[in-house]
Design a protein around this ligand. Structure first.
Ligand code: FES
Ligand SMILES: [Fe+2]
Length: 341
C-alpha cells in the first residue's frame, strides 16, 4: 500500500538544507514577535529574533514599527532611550553618537560639517522590518513576497475568533535550548500519537481520550481539536515554519516556537498570555506546561542521536497526520527551489 512517508532523515543533518531553511524557507512566513499587550504607547523595547536584535516602537497613537538594531553609520548596536549609558529620550548610538527618534529617523550627529559629503539627516534612518498586528500578536517577516498572514493562520481566525481578538494583559515566558534539529522539535509538537504514552500523567490528562481527537487542515495551517468538557475545546494549531498556538479555554493562549540555533540545536521559546488568570495561576499553568515540555526534551534529544545516521523511518500513524501535513508543504518549497529527493 502506498502512503505519504515522513521526510528522510538526511534533511535533518545537511548544512545546505539548514542554510536554505534559514535564508529562504522560513522567510516566506510571518513570525510572532510579542503580544500587543506587552508594549505601551510611546514605548520602544528590544526583542531578539534568531540572534538578531530588533527594536519595536509603539507610537502615541498605537501604531507599531519594528527596526533592526543597527546603526546606518558603521553598524553598531544602539542604546534604547532611558537606559544605562543613554539617559536621553532618543535612540543613541554609543559608537559615534548619532541619535534617532522613535520613528527611526536620524535627528542629530556630532561634527555634522566634518563629513566629505553634505549630510542630509533624512537620508539616514534605521532599517524597518515588515511588521503587522494580527489578533493579539505583533508579527514580522523578512521577505519582499511573504505569504499572506490570513493564509498562514487561516484556521486560527476561523475557529477561535473570540479568543483571537481579546486584549491579553498578563504574560509569562520561558526559553531553553534543545539539542536537536528544529524540525525534530516541530515534528514532535505536531505528533499526537505520543501524548497518551509519553505524557500519560501530564498533557494527556488535559487533552482527554484519543478517540475524541479531531483534525482540520488548511494549506499552511493545521489544528488538533480536543474537547475538554461538554462545551469547550482545546485548540492546538500548528503553524509554519516552527510555531504552535494553543488556545486553552479558561486560561489563555500558549505560544511555542523552535527557532533554529545550529543544525543540531534549536531554542524552545514559550510565551503565555491570559486575560482571566491572576499572576499566581498563570505561573501554575506555566509549570504544568514545563512539566510536559521536559518530557519532550528527553524524547527529541534522543531522536536527534538516531537522526545523525541515515536510516529509514517507519510509517506514520493517523495521529501523526499533522506532521505529514507540514512536511508536504515543506517538500513543495524544496521542490520549487530545485531541491529534489
Ligand atoms: S556606528 Fe553609529 S554613529 Fe557610527
Ligand atoms: Fe510531547
Amino acid at each position: 500500500m502506498s502512503y505519504k512517508s515522513f521526510l528522510p532523515t538526511w534533511l535533518y543533518n545537511d548544512k545546505q538544507i539548514f542554510n536554505f531553511e534559514l535564508d529562504k524557507y522560513s522567510k516566506n512566513f510571518w513570525h510572532p514577535l510579542i503580544f500587543v499587550g506587552e508594549i505601551k504607547a510611546g514605548e520602544i523595547i528590544e526583542k531578539k529574533f534568531l540572534k538578531q536584535s530588533l527594536f519595536i516602537s509603539c507610537s502615541k497613537n498605537n501604531s507599531i514599527t519594528v527596526f533592526k538594531n543597527r546603526c546606518p553609520h558603521r553598524g553598531s548596536e544602539l542604546c534604547l532611550p532611558k537606559t544605562k549609558g543613554n539617559p536621553s529620550k532618543s535612540i543613541f548610538c554609543p559608537y559615534h553618537g548619532w541619535t534617532f527618534d522613535s520613528f527611526g529617523e536620524l535627528k542629530n550627529l556630532p561634527l555634522k560639517d566634518d563629513f566629505q559629503v553634505n549630510m542630509v539627516l533624512s537620508d539616514y534612518f534605521l532599517e524597518k522590518v515588515n511588521s503587522l498586528v494580527n489578533g493579539p500578536l505583533i508579527w514580522i517577516n523578512f521577505s519582499d513576497q511573504p505569504i499572506s498572514i490570513d493564509d498562514q493562520i487561516e484556521l486560527v481566525e476561523l475557529k477561535c475568533k473570540n479568543e483571537w481578538n481579546i486584549n491579553y494583559g498578563i504574560f509569562s515566558e520561558f526559553s531553553n535550548t534543545l539539542n536537536c534539529n528544529w524540525k525534530i522539535a516541530h515534528d514532535n509538537t505536531l505528533d499526537d500519537y505520543h501524548v497518551a504514552v509519553a505524557h500519560k500523567n501530564t498533557l494527556h490528562k488535559e487533552q482527554g481520550p484519543i478517540k475524541n481527537y479531531k483534525y482540520l487542515f488548511s494549506k499552511f495551517c493545521n489544528v488538533l481539536v480536543t474537547p475538554i468538557n461538554s462545551r469547550e475545546n482545546l485548540y492546538t494549531f500548528g503553524l509554519l515554519p516552527w510555531t504552535h498556538i494553543i488556545v486553552w479555554p479558561g486560561k489563555g493562549i500558549l505560544l511555542i516556537s523552535y527557532p533554529p540555533q545550529r543544525i543540531d540545536q534549536c531554542s524552545l521559546e514559550i510565551k503565555l498570555a491570559s486575560s482571566s488568570l491572576c499572576e499566581k495561576d498563570l505561573e501554575a499553568w506555566k509549570n504544568d506546561i514545563l512539566n510536559f515540555l521536559d518530557e519532550d526534551k528527553v524524547i527529541v534529544e534522543s531522536v536527534q542521536k538516531s537522526y545523525r545516521e541515515k536510516f529509514k523511518l517507519g510509517p506514520p500513524n493517523r495521529l501523526e497526520q499533522r506532521i505529514i501535513h507540514w512536511q508536504e508543504v515543506y517538500k513543495e518549497f524544496l521542490h520549487s527551489s530545485g531541491i529534489y529527493f
